[in-house]
Design a protein around this ligand. Structure first.
Ligand SMILES: [Zn+2]
Length: 323
């Protein structure tokens, strides 16, 4: 955690004109500065910054705050991320306070899952593109469904071979422990051995807003007889099904630009729409939409269009849960 002394040091150095001026053009008018509001479209400036009060206010849309909340809103970052941004800007050394053993253990568990997921994502991609099995079984299947190579790369799609323990052995060779492999849901330990949980499946990495891989969806190729069509990462230190939206990382700029977010059901629906040039789209992953997922969308827009009718009642229930 950032120490209170560091936070004080950062706050004492903030120059709100300097910070906001980084993102939009400000003109001096009297004691204040004015500019075109970045939060709502306008041609005549109604966005006012007061250097003496160290606040901003828009008389068009009503948005107001200080330099830190401006950064959080404008850059869509957290309070701590805004502090780190400012510390870097003003050359303030960040002093971290001691964290408890419990917190440290949680962080270590999360870190090892992120590292494993990154390794797994790269490995699955290599199987798809660079092996005969991957090309013949998985890549050709994706091509038949109309996905371009560019699109397949954009979503970092991969393939887990059919062998049964191919991934488990590759991960063990990289010193990943059985505990972290099981926790990540990439293997199971049936019959006292580590087996690939996603064998013979197409792998869709699920990317958090910071670009890190939090989990995977693994789809069976062709018709699923007894096996489930999708296997998803189980809940763990970094993957919480109710708090992620598939495709948001790839869609966030387009959602911002079009001020609208489309919601579809499945991972491949997101890819299909990208393939058609529509990029402001996310998927709930087949589960009922949650309040947390709606909040993720609300960071970018209040304008949500539901493109499937599978669970209209569930969506309405989630919306009622919003403040
Ligand atoms: Zn405004």
């Amino acid at each position: 955690m950032i120490s209170p002394q560091t936070i004080q040091q950062i706050q004492s150095r903030i120059d709100i004109i300097d910070i906001i001026g980084e993102f939009l053009k400000l003109k001096k008018r009297g004691v204040n500065y004015i500019g075109n509001c970045p939060f709502h479209g306008e041609k005549t400036p109604s966005f006012t910054v007061s250097p003496t009060k160290e606040i901003f206010k828009c008389f068009g849309c009503g948005k107001s705050g200080n330099a830190i909340t401006f950064l959080m809103e404008h850059e869509k970052i957290s309070y701590v991320e805004a502090l780190r941004w400012l510390a870097k800007r003003y050359n303030v050394d960040i002093e971290e306070t001691q964290v408890t053993d419990e917190v440290r253990q949680q962080q270590q568990a999360a870190d090892s899952l992120y590292i494993l997921n990154q390794f797994a994502k790269d490995w699955f991609q290599a199987q798809l593109w660079n092996t005969e099995e991957g090309q013949h079984i998985a890549l050709s299947y994706l091509e038949e469904r109309g996905f371009s190579h560019e699109n397949i790369r954009k979503f970092q799609i991969g393939y887990n071979p059919q062998g049964g323990q191919v991934f488990a052995k590759a991960a063990a060779a990289e010193q990943f422990t059985p505990e972290v492999l099981l926790k990540a849901g990439l293997v199971n330990d049936r019959n006292q051995q580590l087996n690939d949980n996603y064998r013979g499946r197409i792998i869709f990495p699920i990317v958090a807003n910071n670009g890190k891989i939090v989990g995977f969806g693994a789809r069976v190729i062709g018709k699923a007889d007894k096996a489930p069509k999708y296997i998803n990462t189980p809940e763990n230190d970094i993957y919480h099904k109710s708090r992620v939206l598939y495709g948001l990382y790839q869609a966030r700029l387009a959602i911002d630009r079009f001020k609208e977010c489309l919601l579809v059901e499945g991972y491949s629906d997101v890819m299909s729409l990208h393939q058609a040039g529509i990029e402001n789209v996310v998927a709930s992953g087949g589960t009922a939409l949650t309040v947390e997922q709606l909040r993720l969308i609300q960071k970018y827009t209040n304008n949500l269009t539901i493109v499937y009718d599978g669970d209209a009642a569930g969506v309405k229930a989630a919306m009622r849960g919003l403040d």
